[in-house]
Design a protein around this ligand. Structure first.
Ligand code: AMP
Length: 143
């Protein structure tokens, strides 16, 4: 399938759709998931228009996963979860719903059920506050 330049993450990258951004760098953008599976659920995407892991260059993937690790550290600092799940889905049959490659950083808390997708949009004020906490933590976590 050809990359669809009108997918929602492409629109966020072009500034045509809003996001609660935690990291804005040359190669990657990090922002809060609109329908978080748990408080602090963050997404990291490359700026490169690539649908899935198979189409991304090894160099692009290296930058993306290193950035994901950095954001995951910040999420850990900001939310003190019991664990952190890193998730990346390829293809509709694997559960991918937005066809621009992304890594999920999902904080895990004791007693929480494990589902692949949440269904409800989070409160905008809460997402804003969570993004601010992660941005602050990114200033103090090691690169
Ligand atoms: P996946 O199923 O791996 O493709 O994940 C796509 C994720 O994007 C889901 O967790 C959605 O909640 C999230 N999502 C969809 N639209 C937006 C949006 N406008 N801003 C932030 N996250 C979004």
């Amino acid at each position: 399938m050809a990359y669809d330049p009108d997918n929602i993450f492409a629109k966020i990258l072009r500034g045509e759709a809003n996001a609660h951004v935690v990291l804005d760098e040359e190669h990657c953008l990090g922002f809060m998931d609109l329908m978080p599976q748990s408080p602090g659920h963050t997404l990291i995407i490359p700026r490169e228009p690539v649908e899935n892991i198979f189409d991304l260059s090894a160099e692009g993937l290296a930058v993306l996963i290193a950035t994901t690790q950095r954001v995951a550290r910040a999420v850990k600092t900001a939310f003190r979860p019991a664990g952190v799940m890193i998730l990346q889905l390829n293809g509709a049959d694997a559960g991918q719903t937005v066809f621009h490659i992304h890594f999920h950083v999902i904080p895990r808390y004791p007693g929480e059920g494990l589902t692949l997708h949440a269904r409800s949009v989070a409160d905008a004020e809460e997402l804003r506050e969570h993004a601010a906490r992660i941005r602050a933590a990114l200033q103090v976590v090691p690169q």
